[in-house]
Design a binder for this molecule. Structure first.
Ligand SMILES: Cc1ncc(COP(=O)(O)O)c(C=O)c1O
Length: 395
């Protein structure tokens, strides 16, 4: 018999993964070219050539015992951490040292490490709908309580008045995700400044430490020159979680990092605890080979043009069909308003045309659907006549 807590988790098991499995099944049935699977954020762009070169060089040049061994610190290799810190300092004018970086098993691993580090049972973690549904499970892993701020569907920027009202003495952390999954919205500098001011005031009012966790696997995926503010510069108690899953198209390699700056409250203890959490959660260390790969590729830039072309084609195509959505400024998702209130019925109707999309309720925002456009360009082009047929059912 499985644990009671797992029973709920299994029952609510990710709709996105279920959709992905459905996509594979449909591809076998109808042929992959006849299925328009927009369900999963699995990049369709291959990792840059420099990643392959780095892997080959490392395999040729490094001692295999070291390369495939446990990392000598659970937080990651000192030289890799220093390389990451130097790169961030160059790009964002920060002043991190290698010790401020913890290498992680992707962003998901990093979030689990930091939540394990920070949460006591019953502690509250606030996030803004729509949000990556796994936050609920991750917070629940450590018996925390996820508190959500309702979505502002006009702009998908955070509702700050409601946020302020929801901060309590039990609020331990706030998770923000910009560029955002599922909306593609980037929080403006003005939004960040106001959010930081609210959190500063609440910390003073309650005499507590409230950590801001910036979950930013899509940092480099932005369009039209949009700036993504680096949050440690606006609020001292910021912890950054980063991943190479999307920027270098390495989701299966499970590599990312946390930044825990000196300015964060109890930074030394938090760093030490995050090291222990990495070990006791069973990660032990971030993959050794991949740590060295990302350090070698630290100056690699994401080629955004592939996603940008997809974004333009899908966004314009859907609008021409009569669908409504805001144009994403980052990430590779479109969040489209369902033409009927029950977006699950809309997803079911789309399936008749072999179009797979994820219901917004998976992101705590019913009435919308998410399309991941990290797919081959021809998938988008070929899907548009199907979307037109689908639209005829509604408009
Ligand atoms: C907002 C957000 N956070 C975290 C993750 C987890 O990413 P990773 O592959 O780095 O664990 C994802 C993956 O899609 C995501 O969209």
């Amino acid at each position: 018999m499985i644990a009671d807590k797992m029973k709920g988790m299994v029952a609510n098991s990710s709709a996105i993964r279920a959709m992905f499995e459905e996509g594979t099944r449909m591809a076998e049935l109808y042929g992959a070219e006849n299925v328009y699977d927009f369900s999963l954020g699995n990049p369709n762009v291959p990792a840059p050539a420099s990643v392959k070169r780095a892997i080959i060089e490392l395999l040729d040049e490094e001692d295999p015992v070291v390369l495939h061994g446990y990392t000598n610190s659970n937080s990651g290799y000192a030289d890799v951490r220093q390389t990451v810190a130097d790169s961030l300092n160059r790009r964002f004018g920060t002043s991190f040292e290698g010790k401020n970086i913890i290498m992680t098993v992707g962003a998901a691993g990093g979030l689990n490490v930091i939540l394990k580090t920070l949460l006591n049972p019953g502690d509250e973690v606030i996030t803004f709908a729509p949000y990556f549904g796994e936050y609920r499970s991750y917070v629940n892993n450590y018996d925390g309580v996820l508190v959500e701020v309702s979505p502002d569907t006009a702009t998908f920027q955070p509702r700050l008045t409601e946020f302020e009202a929801k901060i309590t003495p039990r609020t331990r952390a706030v998770i923000v995700n910009t560029p955002n999954n599922p909306t593609g919205v980037v929080y403006s500098e003005d939004t960040i400044k106001r959010l930081a001011a609210i959190m500063d005031a609440k910390q003073r009012e309650y005499g507590t430490d409230i950590y801001l966790i910036s979950d930013e696997p899509y940092r480099e995926l932005v369009y039209d020159g949009v700036e993504v503010p680096y949050l440690t510069k606006y609020y001292d108690n910021t912890i950054v979680g980063y991943s190479y899953s999307k920027s270098l198209s390495l989701p299966g390699e499970r590599i990312g990092y946390l930044v825990i700056p000196d300015e964060a409250a109890d930074s030394e203890t938090v760093l030490l605890a995050a090291n222990v959490a990495t070990r006791i959660l069973g990660f032990v260390n971030a993959p050794t080979l991949q740590q060295k790969v990302v350090a070698k590729c630290i100056d690699e830039e994401t080629d955004i043009s592939f996603y940008d072309r997809n974004r333009e084609t899908l966004y314009n195509g859907l609008k021409e069909c009569g669908f409504t959505c805001i144009k994403p400024e980052g990430a590779f998702y479109l969040f489209v308003k369902s033409p009927v209130e029950d977006e699950k019925a809309f997803c079911a109707a789309a399936k008749k045309y072999h179009i797979l999309m994820v219901p917004g309720s998976s992101f705590a925002c019913p009435g919308y659907v998410r399309l991941a456009y990290c797919v081959a360009h021809e998938t988008i082009v070929n899907s548009l006549p199907k979307f037109r047929e689908l639209a005829k059912e509604y408009f």
